[in-house]
Ligand binder design. Sequence first.
Ligand code: SAH
Length: 330
Amino acid sequence: MTKQEVVDHLYGLDDELLFAKSEQVKSLNIGSKVYLRGLIEISNICIKDCLYCGIRKSNSNVDRYQLTFKEVCQSIDFAIGKNFGSVVIQAGERSDEAFILLIKRCLKYAKEKSEGRMGITLSLGEQEQSVYDLWKNEGAHRYLLRIESSSNEIYNKIHPEGYSWNARLEAIERLRKAGYQVGTGVMIGLPFQTIDDLADDLLFMQRLDIDMCGMGPYIEHFDTPLSKFESQFTHKERVALTLRMIALLRILMPKINIASTTALQTLDNQGFKKGLTVGANIMMPNITPDVARKNYNLYQNKPYSTIDLSQFDVAYGEWGDSIHYSLKSF
Ligand code: SAH
């Protein structure tokens, strides 16, 4: 697909055709099953100050928490009990020794308790090579680190001075070096962002040859500096754009894992389902203990409720690794 074709489809040239094609590419290449990753939001403490994020360190309206080791174990047990196949451990960014070791302990527990059967994805921000290696050796095998925008210029506008797009990209390279299945992604409908930028985001992910993608609409959080800037896209348009982005990425990268994200579900109560219909194959039901869930507010109106899984064709007990990655390794 040329960039112009991608741009045309992002403008909504022919959604019916696009979604028919992406559905066909998906079923031919990876089938129609939905793979689950139980999402454990282990802490909202963060050393970063990203201008869009509700749990940025300068937001003093946040009740900060860190789950205890025991609470994380309970969430892991829950995922094992529900036969989820995989969990994602996510948090604000931290690089202190106590945190690194807590993650290590949790990984060890998940592996032992599930007798090696639990697949584990991490989403814990930018870390040193030695930390990525340590967690990989303890059994994590996938890592999500969104580039947020493939445009260096937009990246600089949505982060405080001194944050570097290149540093983020280098962290992605370190993850690859450590041997993870690597996932990245972007926010869709950011202030300053255009359709042309979104087309570039898709081509960037293709060029980077990623194994997994999580992308969703940008949603304002009113306690953040970025919420003072307007996006050119309404919430409704961001939903439409997200669906087109998922469909286009599925066509560009037929065998990668693509998540239907919570942010999409937040702006459209059929969002999960729509994302899966147009090309996504991964869902991350929140299994964070109730006591903490309300405090992991990346954006406004993030849902706390548990999703009804009976409406989906779920592959229980399977890792659902990126086929794209498996093929690369041989
Ligand atoms: N600290 C980790 C995890 C961050 S939270 C890291 O740095 O990777 C996971 C993702 O939530 C972020 O990568 C970002 O893309 C998304 N996010 C944060 N604030 C958001 C907002 N206001 N709207 C939509 N998505 C947001």
